[in-house]
Design a protein around this ligand. Structure first.
Ligand code: RB5
Length: 150
C-alpha cells in the first residue's frame, strides 16, 4: 500500500476532461506530495496530444511517480501516452480495472473517459490506482516484454 503523501503526480487532459481534472485536483492536491497540472486550462476545444505529450514525456523521464490522463473516451490520451517506452497508460472505467492495472500491469498513467464515468467513479479509481502496489512475480516478465518491439 503506497502512502499518497509521498507521491509526485502529473495530470493532463483535453477539453472533454477539463472539468473532471479540476475536480480531481480539488480533492487530491492536498493529499499528495505534489500535483503538476499540464493543462488544458479551459473547456475550449483543443487537441489532446498537445497536453499529453509533455506529461507523458515527463513520466517517461522518471520526473513523476504517476500520471493521470483524461479525455472524452480515454482512448486518445492513452494512445498518445503509450508512444513512450517507459509509459504504461491504462484506460480504466471501473475500480477493479484500475486496481488490476497497478497489480498486474504496473501502469504508471491512469487514463479515464470523462464522458462515460461519474466524478465519484473517477475519484475512487484514482484513490485505488495511487495506493495499489505492483504484484511483481509472474507479471514482471510480461511487463518487461511490452516494450520489446518485433
Ligand atoms: C473530443 O471530442 C474527443 O474526441 C476526445 O476527448 C477523446 O475522446 C479522443 O479520444
Amino acid at each position: 500500500m503506497k502512502d499518497m503523501e509521498t507521491l509526485s503526480v502529473a495530470i493532463a487532459c483535453d477539453h472533454a476532461g477539463y472539468e473532471m481534472k479540476e475536480e480531481l485536483k480539488r480533492v487530491f492536491e492536498s493529499r499528495l506530495f505534489s500535483l503538476k497540472d499540464f493543462g488544458t486550462y479551459s473547456t475550449d476545444s483543443m487537441d489532446y496530444p498537445d497536453t499529453i505529450h509533455p506529461m507523458a514525456s515527463a513520466i517517461n523521464k522518471g520526473q513523476f511517480d504517476f500520471g493521470i490522463a483524461i479525455c472524452g473516451t480515454g482512448n486518445g490520451v492513452s494512445m498518445t501516452a503509450n508512444k513512450y517506452p517507459n509509459v504504461r497508460a491504462a484506460l480504466c472505467w471501473k475500480d477493479e480495472i484500475a486496481k488490476l492495472a497497478r497489480q498486474h500491469n504496473d501502469a504508471n498513467i491512469l487514463s479515464m473517459p470523462a464522458r462515460f464515468i461519474s466524478q465519484a467513479e473517477a475519484e475512487q479509481m484514482l484513490e485505488t490506482f495511487l495506493t495499489t502496489d505492483f504484484e511483481g512475480g509472474r507479471h514482471i516478465q510480461r511487463v518487461d516484454k511490452i516494450s520489446k518491439l518485433q
